[in-house]
Design a protein around this ligand. Structure first.
Ligand code: 5GP
Length: 192
């Protein structure tokens, strides 16, 4: 998506350890009209798939997941990274390694919020090694719901997660696919 590719070039900051920071429009301050255009594009890509639930993982996927859910006129569910004492019920759960935090957390979704009748679109801000997306796919499988696919804002394709998940037969649509990035040479997008 050209609009996003240009915005990343203009405002993205390439940090240490293959981390791209897009805090000034997506991950800290959210440019809502801009993010809404990203959500609209997810809707265009998946509009014919019968989606009735959006699934993401806390925290940074929640904003874009909610905007996308408005287009589909359906609820957004976010997988929680920790269970707090005021949560009751039964949960689907999976262990997920965090690329940015360098730790492993148990990620859970209440069984009441995903069921075999659901057609689920997973939405996330970044795809790197694929751990977060694999975890969410696992949760969809546990629930018996149908996975329609995954919509990712920024895929760092050079980290391989997206291609490995596509190879398993999952439809993964990324709005920007970074083939390489470095502070010296900047960003190169796949196929460009
Ligand atoms: P993965 O599990 O695919 O390795 O990483 C995806 C998750 O890590 C995303 O949910 C995102 O929050 C975070 N993440 C991975 N790489 C980056 C990055 O370069 N920048 C930011 N801001 N988050 C990232």
């Amino acid at each position: 998506m050209k609009l996003l590719e240009e915005r990343i070039r203009k405002d993205g900051v390439i940090g240490a350890g293959n981390v791209l920071k897009v805090d000034c429009f997506l991950n800290h301050l959210i440019d809502v009209p801009f993010a809404d255009e990203l959500a609209r594009e997810f809707y265009r890509l998946f509009r014919d798939c019968g989606v009735n639930k959006i699934l993401t993982i806390e925290a940074s996927g929640i904003g874009i997941a909610c905007l996308t859910a408005r287009f589909f006129d359906c609820p957004a569910v976010f997988a929680k990274k920790s269970k707090t004492s005021n949560m009751s019920g039964e949960f689907y759960s999976v262990l997920v390694d965090s690329f940015t935090h360098g730790n492993t957390s148990t990620v859970i979704v209440n069984k009441a919020y995903l069921s075999p009748s659901d057609k689920v679109l997973i939405i996330d801000d970044f795809l790197a090694l694929g751990n977060a997306l694999n975890g969410l796919i696992d949760i969809v499988e546990q629930s018996g719901a149908q996975l329609v696919g995954a919509g990712i804002v920024i895929e760092k394709a050079f980290q391989g997660g997206g291609d490995a998940i596509r190879a398993k037969g999952v439809r993964v649509e990324s709005l920007a696919m970074i083939e390489s990035m470095s502070p010296e040479e900047g960003i190169r997008y796949r196929g460009k």
